[in-house]
Structures are given as C-alpha cells and as structure tokens.
Design a protein around this ligand. Structure first.
Ligand code: DC
Length: 231
C-alpha cells in the first residue's frame, strides 16, 4: 500500500477510554511521526451530518454529503485541532452527546467509506500513528505494527469521567461508565468494521499500567520492528 518513505505505519485500536489518544500522541511525538486520531474524524463528520439534519436512512444523500465533506487534522501550537469544512470543531465534538451520536453515525457505510479513503491517503507515506477501532483490521491490514489497547470498562469509565469533570461537564461516574459500556456494544456489534482485535495485534491491557509503562512497552516493539526492517 504505497511507499512508506517517512517511517512505519503504526495502528492503535481499542475501545473508548483505553488511553489511545494520549498514548498515540506521545508515541508520535517521540518518533517524530504524525498522529491521526480517526475517532476525531468520525466525530467531525457526525457533527456535520447531525447539524445538516440528514436522514440516516437516506443513503444517497449521505453518500453525496460524505464525498463532499472536508475533515482534516492540523497541529496548532503543538495541539491537534479538528477542522470540518474549514471550521474548527475541536471542542464541539467532545461532548458526551456527540460521543453517542458518533458511535451511531460511524456505523453507516457512506461515512466509513469516505473516512477510510481519507485515512489511507493521510498515512500512505508512513511515519504515522493511527488510532481508532478498525485501523489494523480494515484501514491498514498491512500496518507495520498493530497494538490493541484495552482496559476494564470500570477503569475506562473512571478515566472518561475524570476528563469530563476537568472540562466542567456535569456528569456522574455511574452514567459515564454506562455510556462507555453502551458505546462498546455499539462499536463492537455493528456490521461494518466492528471494533475487533486484529489476529496479529499486540494486546496491551492498560487497566493497571501507567502511561509511561504502556509507552515503553510500545517503544520497545517499535525498536524491534525498525531493527528488523533495517537488516
Ligand atoms: O475514539 P473516539 O471515542 O473519539 O471515537 C468516536 C466514535 O467513532 C466511536 O464510538 C466509534 C467511532 N470510530 C470508528 O468507528 N472507527 C474508528 N476508526 C474510530 C472511531
């Protein structure tokens, strides 16, 4: 799949709240790679579809809409920003409501086809860390390294809760764990590209690991892979 002159294609898949974004950002930074948060891309397109009030059963309109949508990621002052049709939607896509809406909208074929196309175009030269649900299984089945990052639903709920509280959202721990569990169900039971561990993925359960521990485990896998490729 293209020439990877800029480095490896690294896939990090896993359920919500497993720590993918933090880890992908740190790993990309250390390696001098580009981080591609595919969840943010699905959130941005879901926001646009929701705002446009498109009927989710109207596949033709959805196809036309998704083909014309421009979703991309930019780094501004060291922080990743999400742009949807030229508008910065970084904050609007992170509400609990948008999480559930995105989980539903991301199950639709026209949405997935458009996003997978964009993600392949963004990563084809390598030097990328892509995080999502289907990177190692669908977007880049030939990724150089695949990680599946998981954690218990309670731990993921606690992490999400802490994030939301820090942002000033009014939520309870109980509701947050329930929302995380519901999203897991939706994301893993859908027909198209469900959340699934690739057969050749390296599984890391981060429930009782620190970010540093997860990172150092991944880095040693990257070192091994790079050494093999140089031989
Ligand atoms: O990673 P996240 O929580 O920001 O993702 C938001 C939603 O997008 C998630 O519920 C499922 C969907 N998603 C997907 O279907 N495929 C991906 N590669 C990434 C996210």
């Amino acid at each position: 799949m293209g020439c990877r002159r800029n480095g490896l294609v690294i896939a990090i898949d896993g359920p919500s709240g497993a720590g993918k974004s933090t880890i992908a950002g740190r790993l990309a930074h250390k390696l001098g790679y580009v981080q591609i948060d595919t969840g943010a891309m699905y959130r941005a397109v879901a926001l646009l579809i929701n705002r446009a009030g498109i009927d989710l059963d109207d596949i033709e309109t959805l196809e036309r809409f998704c083909d014309s949508v421009d979703v991309h990621l930019e780094v501004v002052d060291g922080a990743q920003r999400v742009l949807a049709n030229g508008q910065d939607v970084t904050c609007q896509i992170r509400t609990p409501e948008m999480s559930l809406i995105t989980s539903r909208i991301s199950a639709l074929r026209p949405v997935r086809e458009a996003m997978v196309r964009a993600q392949r175009a963004m990563g084809c030269n390598g030097g990328v860390v892509l995080e999502g649900r289907d990177i190692g299984t669908v977007v880049y089945p030939d990724a150089d390294l695949k990680f599946f990052l998981s954690a218990s639903p309670q731990e993921r709920g606690r992490r999400r809760f802490a994030e939301l509280i820090a942002k000033g959202e009014q939520v309870t721990l109980e509701d947050t764990i329930a929302a995380v569990t519901l999203r897991d169900e939706q994301d893993s039971k859908r027909d198209l590209a469900p959340l699934r561990q690739a057969d050749d993925a390296i599984v890391i359960d981060s429930s009782s690991m620190t970010i540093e521990e997860v990172l150092s485990r991944m880095e040693s896998c990257v070192d091994q892979k790079s050494a093999k490729q140089e031989r």
